[in-house]
Design a protein around this ligand. Structure first.
Ligand code: SF4
Ligand code: SF4
Length: 714
């Protein structure tokens, strides 16, 4: 086996194995280079400071930003590119090549600078890091990185030119009058990619020029395999000192120009993405920020926090949120991407910063209010708070929080759709959005052939927090009754709050009515205080979310389970015996507030499997599920003007394509929304919407519960 020294000798042929950085440069040229370095570094840090001033705004939220920093997870995400690779392997691969190529080249260049300028100072004349085998390995790695960098860039350029997906077309569905044009974005994208390509290619040409001059004397340069290949091919043209010096300065100016440009351009995302990921809140939108004195209503772009303003700059315009948004897909005047870019432009304008290639919103400087003016009310009210945008965003932007905070301003000034106003009034006066008497909340129990205990009078294991829809909506009540019968048959100890229950307030909070949410939460907490129970059981994923995740912030802590979880537990411990009820092909819709908000994806699928049904997944499933359109208070509002179809109709069309018999839901609002959508799309003969409880009921051992099945289907 050859020793490293032998390998070195064989490859180098005994020549001096190192690189001369300033070959043939005069002292004045070297001084010029160092002066340029100082100017570039100064410009870079001036740009970073300018960003800091922009994000700091009034200065109140810098501390919050620092408190949110979690560098470890952010670096892991950046290193693995997990959020970019997800759902788009091609871009993930291209971006990984560019990113890791850039990192290695940057570190390599820094190593060359240290070797050239500091090693001799520290360790004496003649000391060098990059010599011998170290230099050879270094050369190979740098060329590999450069090649990866170029391949990645070309992949991204190809995608943007030849295979440009719809999400990158920058079209916006809230403008028909040409009030916004996105030519500046296209130019910015192109300049960014071309600048990087020019840097990479000029770097290789410079390397080739350096090697070309000593091609025969330094055969070890073959380790710089790209530069060596180019030198061999173009040797004559590159071998002169003039060519070397020209390429040297061209490359340096391109690199320095990029560094100075970086904090002032699209390239800023190289910095802001890491910062946004490091301060990403995993509970973003799941737990909304409390309206406090130091985080008041957002009335101007300056009122956004440090982190929010920074996140606007982190947007890479990748369009993933735009593609996933049910409002955008169905033609409502909202795109989360456009919203973030509009806000970015507004913040930049407020900070007196120029857009490099011009502004896209001519009205960016007008005095109109932020909510309901610069960002139209219809845009803000179109959001279903489904969280698909937050889930899709590779850089941790929290669109839903921005939207809800702007909605709070609309609510404060009373700019609400009439129907929403009515629903909120009803919630305030009666504790439910149906305008029904609180006494009727338990009316659905009358159809049962057993009594459901009042948990304020009798101790139970599960306090069933039924929720408004599951209590009052005629379509959803069927599922509620089915579940009650199953629980009764399985011997579960459960009770209700009856008239003391009020809306949990999840959607009230998401329309921006913070005061009413707190009032509802206080009333519910008082009612729960009087009840005796071990756990809260919920039907509605929206109630589940706020009781489980938001009530604790108000000091009300409970163990909360969703009924799908309880059903599975009953099956697993044998309290429910299921047997296959015929061959049924079903699909399952992940409710946003159960799946994306609370990560419950497998449990309902396990219940479906236990029922013996064959599950056929829709193309958009799990964290990529497509919202029914009811969340975020949308259920209380009319359809946005000009929509092509409702999100629920879009979803039913997706399910019908599968040729399944049943569309299984685990949310009372879904039951109502999708049942309507089956009718409005004329698919009644093709598919039926059922609650998961019905599937379980049908599969329950008929020998064990004959009377139950009779009651259900009789
Ligand atoms: S939460 Fe849903 S509806 Fe709202 S902007 Fe995001 S993706 Fe669109
Ligand atoms: S907000 Fe996030 S997902 Fe949307 S375009 Fe920007 S980077 Fe992409």
């Amino acid at each position: 086996m050859s020793s490293p020294a032998a390998i070195s000798f064989l490859v180098t042929g005994g020549a001096q194995v190192e690189r001369e950085v300033f070959r043939g440069f005069s002292a004045a040229e070297r001084a010029g280079f160092y002066a340029l370095t100082v100017v570039t570094v100064a410009l870079f840090f001036a740009g970073v400071y300018r960003l800091y001033r922009k994000y700091r705004g009034s200065g109140s939220s810098t501390a919050d930003f620092i408190a949110r920093i979690r560098l470890g997870p952010a670096l892991a995400t950046v290193a693995s590119h997990a959020t970019i690779r997800r759902r788009d392997g091609f871009v993930g691969m291209a971006h990984s090549l560019v990113f890791w190529g850039f990192v290695v080249l940057f570190l390599g260049t820094a190593t060359i600078a240290i070797d050239e300028d500091f090693v001799q100072l520290l360790f004496g004349k003649g000391a060098k890091l990059l010599v011998g085998n170290v230099y050879l390995g270094f050369s190979f790695l740098m060329d590999l990185a450069g090649l990866a960098f170029i391949v990645g860039l070309l992949m991204l350029m190809l995608r943007r030119s030849l295979f440009r997906p719809e999400k990158l077309d920058y079209g916006r569905n809230d403008r028909e009058d040409g009030a916004s044009e996105r030519e500046s974005y296209r130019k910015g994208d192109a300049v960014f990619l071309w600048l990087l390509l020019v840097i990479a290619v000029s770097g290789f040409l410079l390397e080739a020029a350096r090697i070309a001059a000593t091609l025969e004397a330094a055969p070890f340069e073959v380790w710089s395999f790209v530069g060596y290949g180019l030198a061999t091919a173009l040797g004559g043209a590159l071998a002169s000192d003039g060519a070397f010096a020209g390429l040297w300065w061209f490359h340096v100016v391109a690199v320095f120009g990029f560094l100075a440009y970086l904090p002032r351009s699209k390239a800023v995302h190289i910095l802001t993405d890491v910062a946004a990921l490091a301060t990403r809140d995993p509970a973003a939108a799941i737990v909304l920020p409390v309206l406090q004195e130091d985080r008041g209503i957002i009335r101007r772009a300056e009122d956004f926090t440090f982190r929010q303003r920074l996140a606007f700059d982190a947007c890479t315009k990748c369009g993933r949120c735009h593609e996933a948004c049910p409002a955008r897909v169905t033609g409502a005047p909202l795109s989360p991407r456009d919203l973030i870019l509009d806000l970015r432009e507004k913040v930049n304008h407020g900070a007196g910063q120029l857009e490099f290639f011009g502004r896209t919103r001519p009205d960016v400087g007008s005095e109109q209010p932020l909510s309901g003016g610069y960002i139209a009310s219809e845009t803000l009210w179109s959001c279903t708070t489904c969280r698909a945008c937050v889930e899709a965003c590779p850089v941790g932007i929290e669109h839903v929080v921005d939207i809800v905070e702007m909605r709070r301003a609309l609510v404060e000034e009373g700019s609400l759709p009439d129907s929403l106003q009515d629903a909120l009034r009803s919630l305030d006066e009666k504790g439910n959005s149906f305008g029904e008497s609180a006494r009727k909340r338990g009316k659905w129990t009358k159809a049962l052939d057993f009594e459901v205990p009042d948990a304020t009078k009798e101790e139970v294991e599960y306090l069933w927090f039924v929720g408004d829809f599951a209590s009052y909506n005629a379509t959803a009540v069927t599922g509620t009754q089915q579940l009650a019968r199953i629980l009764h048959a399985a011997g579960v100890s459960f009770g209700l709050l009856y008239k003391a229950e009020k809306s949990a307030g999840n959607d009230v909070r998401r329309v921006g009515e913070e005061g009413l949410f707190e009032a509802l939460a206080t009333d519910n907490a008082e009612a729960l205080e009087k009840a005796r129970f071990k756990k809260i059981l919920t039907t509605d994923p929206h109630s589940f979310n706020t009781l489980r995740n938001e009530y604790p912030r108000l000091g009300h802590n409970y163990e909360v389970v969703h009924y799908t979880e309880l059903l599975l537990e009953l099956i697993v411990r044998g309290a429910l015996t299921l047997e296959a009820a015929g061959s049924r092909r079903v699909t399952y819709h992940d409710p946003c507030y159960l799946g994306r908000y609370n990560g419950i994806y497998d449990v309902p699928r396990q219940v479906i499997a236990a029922s013996g049904a064959e599950l056929v997944e829709m193309p958009r499933n799990r964290d990529n599920s497509f919202c029914c359109g009811a969340g975020g208070g949308r259920i209380w509002m009319p359809d946005p003007e000009g929509i092509k179809e409702r999100p629920s109709e879009n979803r039913i069309r997706e399910a019908v394509e599968l040729g399944v018999d049943l569309f299984v839901v685990a949310c009372p609002k879904d039951m109502s929304m999708f049942s309507d959508a089956v009718k409005t799309t004329g698919n009644e003969s093709k598919i039926r919407v059922v609650d998961l409880s019905e599937l379980v009921l049908d599969a329950m051992s008929s020998a064990e519960q004959p009377q139950l099945k009779e009651a259900m289907h009789g």
